[in-house]
Design a protein around this ligand. Structure first.
Ligand code: AMP
Length: 561
């Protein structure tokens, strides 16, 4: 009974109506505790906001329109009516629930009820469909799935399909509940997740009381070490007061390359397996790296004639469904390696300087490059390197403490980034407006929001930007936003919070104009972050932190410019 999808849906519904964290943990832990080894990893993956485990290469993109189309088939409603109901709710899950619970639904035959693994199997089937008949087969499977759903099941199936569970469950809460369910130490489970970013696997190991077996090893994504930010060279040299390892800040996508035997995996920043997007890189890496068992950390960059290409070239590659020779030639990429976590054994406990020595002893050739690095300590030498890096087409500098270990999942002051603009925020688009003049007919003005807190899913608007994107990118966003529109008043579209932008700005001021109480000075869109989702955007905490820091360093920053 516990394995039934209806129970999963009821638990989600219950959790979304409860405010108390303690109570949520109680409910969730009791539920997880009773799940079988088959259903547990599936439920945990769904609860973590994913459909498939992070290491899986499966991707499921079902357009809202396809789902609406299927709903219209199983009801007496036409597409227009279904769309109208959707706009009323602005959430696909609610739409499915509404449609399935009304009498206009065609009589359902007595289908067997769904277990959580039935749902997973059918979703896997959906993700694997290819070929000419793909769209119609996809619709048939979806139709079968919805026909077997109770309204509440339909609601959560709709939410899973659109990656928007939104039941107020943070990763922290899920981990605490897993720890409670299986009597595990919460710190141990947290650490296990840093070493093995696959929460589904961790849940099984917690159930089997085998968390201590989790070890860092190739082919399993590891949480990245991240950089904090500082605003000028003087602040950095005063803070550290000694030699730092200085590298360019590359404007590409962060990637881990794992190799063992003849297998290679490339993981994105959110630990998705992105090998399929870079077949050229994977093939080359496997022949260059040869015999090693290895985990490398670095950045994938679009690169031609010894120069980095702007980020949007890379974006083209990531937006392609089938990467073929044509688009690999069009957007050649390199992998710039700046760290090594594993070379036949774990290296994360070594100092960065020692890791660099090991790395530099490895012979690489294009498309793998060593990140160039130098020691520097004074503000003037940092400024000089900053200028050189900008001249080479990079974004700024990352400065690293040579004595630091590789701290999994940490954003701390062992690594700091220095960029020209005051800072950037990752935000999500909530409203888009049609532009004027040359931009007429396209959605080119974007109102965006940050999260209220790191744990919350509540969004607060903080600014509006219309510059920084190419015409192609604006066209692409226009299409995307239209497909995820919630409502429109003719010149504005309220959209599902799915499009993440990285915006840069010159300052932050307090303002009544936006819900967050802050506004950005001169916001510019740096890039569309299709590698991030709404769960990984910045929160008001970061805004407040930048706001309070800029008062001390704003003048220095202006001088630095
Ligand atoms: P941000 O995305 O602004 O938080 O900046 C941190 C990101 O800078 C990392 O996640 C990397 O993708 C990227 N980065 C670029 N160059 C480096 C580097 N040399 N060392 C570490 N991270 C780098």
């Amino acid at each position: 009974m516990q394995e039934q999808f209806i129970i999963f849906a009821q638990i989600c519904e219950g959790l979304s109506n409860i405010k108390s964290i303690k109570e949520k943990v109680n409910i969730l832990s009791r539920y997880l505790e009773e799940l079988s080894e088959i259903s547990l990893p599936i439920a945990v993956t769904f609860l973590s906001g994913r459909i498939f485990e992070p290491e899986s290469r499966l991707l499921l993109h079902i357009a809202h329109n396809t789902i609406m189309n299927v709903l219209s088939t199983i009801t007496d409603l036409d597409m227009k009516e279904v769309h109208k109901i959707y706009l009323q709710y602005g959430d696909l899950g609610y739409l499915v629930e509404h449609v399935l619970s009304h009498k206009f639904t065609r009589a359902l035959v007595d289908f067997p009820s769904l277990s959580i693994s039935d749902v997973y199997e059918l979703l896997t089937k959906l993700a694997c469909i290819g070929g000419k008949q793909a769209q119609s087969t996809r619709k048939k499977i979806l139709l079968g799935l919805f026909m077997r759903c109770e309204p509440l099941e339909g609601k959560y199936l709709g939410k899973i399909l659109t990656n928007e569970l939104r039941i107020g469950i943070s990763k922290g809460l899920l981990l605490t509940s897993l720890a409670k369910a299986f009597g595990a130490d919460p710190d141990m489970i947290q650490n296990a997740l840093l070493v093995n970013g696959n929460i589904a696997k961790i849940s099984i190991l917690a159930k089997k009381k085998m968390l201590e077996t989790v070890k860092l090893k190739p082919l399993t994504g590891v949480s990245y070490m991240l950089a904090d930010v500082m605003y000028n060279s003087k602040e950095i040299s005063d803070y550290f007061g000694r030699d730092l390892i200085v590298e360019a800040k590359y404007d590409g996508i962060r990637a881990q390359v794992h190799k063992e035997d003849n297998k290679i995996k490339i993981f994105s920043r959110s630990l998705n397996d992105i090998t399929a997007f870079f077949p050229d890189l994977a093939k080359a890496i496997i022949s260059i790296i040869g015999k090693y068992r290895i985990i490398l950390d670095g950045e994938i960059l679009a690169y031609k004639n010894d120069r980095p290409l702007p980020f949007h070239y890379l974006q083209r590659r990531l937006n392609t469904k089938n990467v073929t020779n044509v688009n690999t030639d069009l957007v050649p990429v390199v992998y710039i390696v700046f760290d090594i976590l594993y070379l036949d054994e774990e290296l994360t406990h070594l100092s960065l300087h020692n890791r660099k020595i090991i790395l530099d002893n490895l012979k690489f050739s294009l498309p793998i490059l060593h990140a160039d690095w130098k020691f520097a300590s004074s503000a003037s030498s940092i400024d000089l390197l900053f200028k050189q890096s900008k001249d080479l087409g990079y974004e700024g500098l990352v400065l690293k403490d040579p004595n630091s270990e590789y701290q999994l999942g940490m954003r701390g002051k062992k690594w700091v980034k220095l960029k020209k603009e005051l800072d950037t925020l990752d935000v999500v688009v909530t409203v888009a407006e049609f532009g004027h003049g040359k931009k007429a007919g396209t959605l080119s003005d974007y109102t965006f929001a940050v999260r209220e807190t790191d744990e919350s899913s509540k969004l607060l608007t903080i600014g509006k930007a219309y510059s920084g994107l190419s015409e192609d990118e604006i066209d692409e966003l226009t299409q995307n936003i239209k497909s995820i529109a919630i409502r429109s008043d003719g010149f504005r579209i309220w959209t599902e919070p799915r499009i993440v932008l990285e915006v840069s700005f010159d300052g932050i001021q307090k303002s009544e104009r936006y819900e967050s109480g802050y506004a950005l000075r001169f916001p510019r869109i740096k890039r569309i972050r299709s590698d991030k989702d709404v769960n990984s955007i910045d929160s008001l905490n970061k805004v407040i932190e930048i706001y309070s820091r800029q008062n001390h360093s704003f003048h220095d920053y202006i001088n630095f410019k």
